[in-house]
Design a protein around this ligand. Sequence first.
Ligand SMILES: [Zn+2]
Ligand SMILES: [Zn+2]
Length: 340
Amino acid sequence: MKSLMFVKPGELRFDEVEAPTILEGTDALVRPIASTTCDLDHHVIADKTPFSGFGPFPLGHECVARVVEVGPDCATFQVGDAVGVAWHIACGSCAQCSIDHPARCLKHGDSQYGLPVNGMWGGTFDELVRVPYADYNLVKLPANVDPVHLASIGDNLALGWETVMPSVEGIADPKVAVFGGTGSIGLYTVDVAVHCAAAHTVYFDDDPVRMEAAARLGAEVQHINDKHDKDFHVAVDASCDPHRLRKALLSVVPEGTVNSVGIYFDEVPIPLLALYQRGVNFHNGKGMARPNMTPTLAAVAEGVLHPELVTSGIYPWEQIPDVLTGPDAGHKPIFVLGDQ
Ligand SMILES: [Zn+2]
Ligand SMILES: [Zn+2]
């Protein structure tokens, strides 16, 4: 089969590799219907991460797929099912998985698709993907929705839910700030904040395309350098920019919540005294995907969420290397794999 390899910054190629097989009874094999980039992938390709020196490796950890084979101990899925695939490899039953922390799975640690961390599990730009613990790591897609726009459900799209919904619980008339910059995560967050949390949502950025998308999703849009309110119940830093992180940290009400989903590879100064005086609950860490995929898909099926407004382009599979290394990859390019 063909596998998309990250070779080095600015260079991707399809390699012919051995197709995965069922190794454990709980495995499933899936063939992507559509795959997309996590915002992090763009940074890998652009040489902004430590991963950029580890090529070649299979890239990609977001896809929706069709089940093509199941192991004998796989109870939930059948050949032909359309599924979302979580980015993480998690057992689903250890002490961390049991409390909805699959990204901290005690059996598999940092294992995931599409990056060279804790083993090689292939990438979601492969023509066939092995899914361990398939009953846990897969989720059935709603039948009434075009699966293509759900390509991000296993990571960035579910992260929108995770960064907003638990944090606004119990707050009447929530006000949410989203500091964009990484690509799609801030926009999925806006979608959830506006449509699921019914929050007054303000999106800050300087990219006209993303700002327009945020406006279409129902956010009030402001330029990142505009003077902004400091009475948000929840602020989401989806920027990877220390200046925007600082703005997010200082934008919430006393005892407000700031969730940062951008990844900082360098140390970043934090205004701790100001945070102490204000009282800020700050969370920074990997998205937990699996527990958030189910409510996100339910909201899409009900017509509440609109991930299609975040998609920046839909392309045939063959164009993955050219689009992703080209001058305008877009904030959420989705690639469709044809039948055989
Ligand atoms: Zn990711
Ligand atoms: Zn586990």
